[in-house]
Design a binder for this molecule. Structure first.
Ligand SMILES: [Zn+2]
Length: 324
């Protein structure tokens, strides 16, 4: 089955048929996909494309009765804040005073707010309706558009910077979104984006069990080199690449490792999110053991992430591009 041809499924990115079938992927809802790579645009995508019902189930905040905070612990929120501050620092230092910034998929808006530590900027965000958007809407510094980014939402050449952190792989119409970014970004403007690295060591080791495949929410992926090439064709120059991510990569490694030894994927991660419905066969003792494995391996994988960073094969990647 490996590397066989698929001549019927549309690529989610370029909408052409003709792809290679790589390996099987299961999601936590019992759906079964294959990971394909498009012959034309080189995008990797899960096939068949998840339908509306699958996606709305996967995105439903209330499905598990989860609380407003994704993770309940204030400590976890503090740690996440420190990563948001890191992103804000990397961008903020490059922005001129008074810059107009848009964060597509701005979540709870806290990254945008931290940008204000680096100057007085106009902050814009888009976020799909839900708990995150509700939280962002309470930050008076942010002009929030609830919903997807549409053509005409922002003026031509009106933005000094546009950011998308772990958003690209979720987009239903990614090409259209990049077209809009091209249009609203000024010449000399900054485009900053991060996403899972499908060409990473983790991805190649764990294949369908890799955490960051996150089916059915992640619709497609690009290898970093292919993405850079695509952005160059669009008229962008690569300014900076950040490979190391203590936020994404070490836990990706540990959870992918657990996924490869357990029958089901993301058992611990879902439990930590407050999902008590999924995989009830893993009782208190199993979860405790998984937590111990997690805590024991996490520091090791912080170190291996630094090594991966040097080798440029980390599990996630963040780019800063400048538009010509
Ligand atoms: Zn394609």
């Amino acid at each position: 089955m490996q590397n066989s041809k698929d001549n019927s499924t549309l690529c989610g990115y370029c909408k052409l048929t003709g792809s290679r079938i790589l390996y099987p992927v299961n999601d936590i809802f019992g759906n079964f996909f294959m990971l394909n790579q498009c012959d034309h645009c080189k995008a990797y995508f899960i096939s068949p494309r998840p339908d509306e019902a699958m996606l709305s189930r996967a995105y439903d905040d209330t499905y598990y009765g989860s609380k407003e905070e994704k993770f309940k612990s204030p400590l976890v929120e503090k740690v996440l804040d420190s990563f948001r501050m890191g992103r804000a620092r990397r961008l903020g230092r490059m922005l001129k005073p008074g810059s107009n910034v848009l964060d597509i998929g701005c979540g709870n808006g806290r990254f945008l707010k931290y940008l204000l530590n680096y100057g007085n900027f106009t902050l814009n965000g888009t976020e799909l309706a839900g708990n995150s958007a509700n939280r962002a809407s309470r930050l008076s510094e942010i002009q929030l558009k609830t919903g997807t980014l549409g053509k005409g939402d922002f003026g031509k050449g009106s933005m000094d910077a546009v950011t998308m952190f772990h958003v690209f792989e979720h987009l239903a119409e990614p090409q259209q979104t990049l077209d809009i970014v091209d249009e609203i970004l000024k010449s000399g403007g900054i485009f900053m984006a991060s996403f899972p690295n499908i060409a990473s060591l983790q991805s190649r080791m764990f294949k369908g069990r890799w955490l960051h495949l996150d089916p059915p929410r992640h619709l497609f992926f690009f290898a970093p080199d292919d993405f850079i090439r695509m952005m160059k064709t669009r008229g962008y120059e690569l300014k900076k690449t950040t490979w190391i991510s203590t936020e994404q990569n070490p836990y990706g490694f540990v959870q992918s490792f657990l996924n490869s030894i357990l029958k089901k994927r993301e058992v611990l991660f879902e439990r930590l999110k407050g999902n008590t419905v999924y995989a009830p066969e893993y009782g208190k003792f199993s979860i405790l053991m998984q937590k111990i494995v997690f805590l024991a391996l996490f520091p090791i994988f912080i170190l291996t992430d630094y090594a991966s960073g040097l080798l440029k094969n980390s599990a996630t990647v963040e780019f800063i591009f400048i538009k010509h």
